[in-house]
Design a protein around this ligand. Structure first.
Ligand SMILES: NC(=O)c1ccc[n+]([C@@H]2O[C@H](COP(=O)([O-])OP(=O)(O)OC[C@H]3O[C@@H](n4cnc5c(N)ncnc54)[C@H](OP(=O)(O)O)[C@@H]3O)[C@@H](O)[C@H]2O)c1
Length: 256
């Protein structure tokens, strides 16, 4: 029998996998989030592009339009400073515009300083935890009424190997990713008996982005996986072929 992991790793998304779906992607202006937003749109989704740099979101918007994807929406937002009021306003805007959400990819994150705990600045700790874990908590809480309007909604969090086992100098980032996995498990358990909301996480593994280059400045980027090559795995978890999958932690690039 094929395991969920095998299905995930070998998945090839049909062209119209996400037809008519409304999917929110955080950190959609750059890196993995940008490629995921483009890929979701290419597979038929109307994508809500959320990020803090408007010019980057506009470029992704233009790329989606030139690829002939459904017209996306742009939602500029700095997750560092946003509070409950902003998430409620976001809910109201999306409710008015779409009336539901069929998926959220929680992808935006801050790396923060790579330094020993002894030197880790409290202000940096707060910022990293705010963007990486408090913001997804506030956002998912506010968006649940919209996800509840979907016939089949996927909530996908982004993990990291340092969130599974802590490692020296990864500080608040590693702690935030461990907390993210836990938030995923709590929600998955709370929606276990729901037939229309599933919650999982994906650890992309080493992927060629700005964050990776900042974390590993001496690494040759040419040796690191291109985000496009892991997109079928994101598509699997966002599309209805993973409808029965809930509460799982996936590794997009498992160690051999
Ligand atoms: N790349 C890897 O090797 C790797 C490995 C394991 C896990 N991950 C995880 O994968 C996800 C994507 O990482 P990536 O490598 O693609 O990172 P990235 O290239 O740094 O992109 C991160 C995105 O998040 C946005 N963002 C950051 N802070 C924000 C804020 N305060 N408000 C709104 N948006 C904000 C950024 O916006 P701006 O462009 O405007 O800065 C950017 O679009 C993250 O959750 C990361 O932890 C990555």
């Amino acid at each position: 029998m094929t395991s969920i992991t095998d299905t995930f790793l070998h998945y090839q998304a049909p062209e119209k996998l996400l037809q008519d779906k409304i999917i929110l992607v955080t950190g959609a202006g750059d890196g993995i989030g940008k490629v995921a937003a483009l890929s979701f749109a290419q597979h038929g989704a109307t994508v809500v592009l959320l990020g803090r740099t408007l010019s980057k979101l506009e470029r992704v918007y233009d790329e989606i339009e030139s690829l002939g994807g459904p017209q996306p929406a742009i939602f500029p937002m700095n997750l560092e400073g946003a509070g409950e009021h902003e998430y409620q306003a976001m809910h109201d805007t999306l409710n008015e515009e779409f009336g539901r959400l069929d998926g959220i990819l929680f992808n935006a994150a801050q790396l923060g300083p790579r330094t020993p705990i002894a030197n880790y600045a409290f202000s940096e700790w707060q910022k990293v935890l705010q963007v990486n874990v408090t913001s997804p908590f506030l956002m998912v809480k506010s968006m649940l009424p919209l996800l509840n309007q979907s016939q089949s909604a996927s909530i996908l969090f982004t993990g990291s190997s340092v969130g599974r086992t802590g490692r020296a100098y990864w500080g608040g980032y590693a702690v935030s990713k461990a907390a993210t996995e836990n938030l995923m498990q709590i929600l998955a358990d709370e929606y276990e008996s729901s037939s229309h909301i599933r919650v999982n996480s994906i650890n992309p593994g080493a992927v060629r982005t700005k964050m990776r280059a900042t974390a590993y400045p001496a690494e040759n980027p040419g040796t690191v996986t291109d985000p496009h090559s892991i997109m079928n795995r994101y598509l699997y978890l966002m599309g209805d072929d993973s409808r029965a999958v809930n509460g799982q932690q996936f590794d997009a690039q498992p160690k051999a």
